[in-house]
Design a protein around this ligand. Structure first.
Ligand code: NAD
Ligand code: LMR
Length: 329
């Protein structure tokens, strides 16, 4: 069955994640091989020319599913009729910066973009915030879009989820696709908590397979949580291809569903589940059913996990308080 074209807006289209993302969206990896896409690229005026160059390359791929590319420096135009909004454009962290330093610099971008989404997006709009600090930027965008249901605003923690899968596979010798039910809780920051207590490896409890609390506390958790900084240190630039890959995974699963018997992680507007204050954008264990994310309910949280979830959620509370005091929400 051939579907109607879906309008996908990518902000920061001329940046390094944009370059790794756009070709995969246009080739069908975001929404599947039967869904044509129209791309809208939003950039700041100085980067429009570079976005035009990327658009020329997209043309040169002759992707059968790509039904048009528009480039703009105007958020209202870029989000008019948008079905999938990938909010990537923001200043990335550089060596020595913590994500908190970015709150003010990037907070100012997401209010106006939320307003533009509120004004013109399609009724089924889905928003993924990648630009850091992703959770709080999503909170800001949502606060400026009162007519869009809150559950359409999400923040990306899928890269953290994929990093955790890879680290756990390396430790246990399992293949990544033998591991299910991992969870990233909290903020996309160094306080995030990758939780293996409910994860399974080939059907066996992952924490029991690992059976090494020192590795969990001193290696696995910090390695996953600080991987973004390690990539910056090694590459001299923040992760790009792996971030684009995670954005593809997030939206693909949101639209097309997560596999039975597994879950993934995404930053969602909290409904109060697991004691996370309502309205904060926090990462949870999630499944997607019929095109909507649902938080996996009823997991028993041990003390080791609860302390770490609480610390990350506390950071989200502080970020919310900061952007409130800056007048950004
Ligand atoms: P980059 O600097 O290469 O590109 C950012 C682009 O955004 C630039 O082209 C810039 O002109 C554009 N931009 C800035 N303000 C804009 C605005 N108001 N509207 C539209 N475009 C705008 O950065 P990058 O490496 O592509 O990273 C983008 C963001 O993604 C950063 O905030 C980075 O920290 C974040 N990131 C998040 C994750 C995650 O897991 N959530 C992972 C990696 C990177
Ligand atoms: C990442 O996790 O790679 C990104 O969020 C970049 C960063 O600043 O850590």
């Amino acid at each position: 069955m051939v579907h109607a074209p879906v309008t996908v807006t990518v902000t920061g289209a001329a940046g390094q994640i944009g370059y790794a993302l756009l070709f995969r969206v246009a080739s069908g990896q975001l929404l599947g091989p039967e869904t044509p896409v129209k791309l809208r690229l939003l950039e700041i005026p100085q980067a429009v020319k570079a976005a035009e160059g990327t658009a020329m390359e997209l043309d040169d791929c002759a992707f059968p599913l790509l039904k048009g590319i528009d480039i703009s420096d105007d958020a209202r135009q870029a989000f008019d009729g948008v079905n999938v909004a990938l909010l990537v454009g923001a200043r990335p962290r550089t060596k020595g910066m913590e994500r908190g330093d970015l709150l003010e610099a990037n907070g100012g971008i997401f209010g106006p973009q939320g307003e533009a989404i509120n004004a013109g997006a399609a009724d089924d709009v889905r928003v993924l915030v990648v630009g850091n600090p992703a959770n709080t930027n999503a909170l800001i965008a949502k606060a400026h879009a009162p007519d869009v249901p809150a559950d359409r605003f999400t923040a990306m923690t899928r890269l953290d989820h994929n990093r955790a899968l890879s680290q756990l596979a390396a430790k246990t010798g399992a293949a990544v696709d033998e591991i299910t039910k991992l969870t990233i809780w909290g903020n996309h920051s160094a306080t995030q908590y990758p939780d293996i207590f409910h994860a399974e490896i080939g059907g066996k409890n992952a924490a029991e397979v690992v059976n090494d609390e020192a590795w969990l506390a001193d290696e696995f958790i910090p390695t996953v949580a600080k991987r973004g900084a390690a990539i910056i240190e090694a590459r001299g630039a923040s992760s790009a291809a792996s971030a684009a890959n995670a954005a593809i995974d997030h939206v693909h699963d949101w639209v097309l569903g997560t596999p039975e018997g597994d879950w993934t992680s995404a930053g969602l507007v909290s409904d109060g589940s697991y004691g996370v204050p309502e309205g904060l954008v926090s990462s949870f264990p999630v499944v997607s059913r019929n095109g909507s994310w649902e938080i996996v309910q009823g997991l028993e949280i041990n003390d080791f996990s609860q302390q770490r979830i609480d610390a990350s959620v506390q950071e989200l509370v502080e970020e919310r308080d900061t952007v409130t005091s800056l007048g950004l929400i």
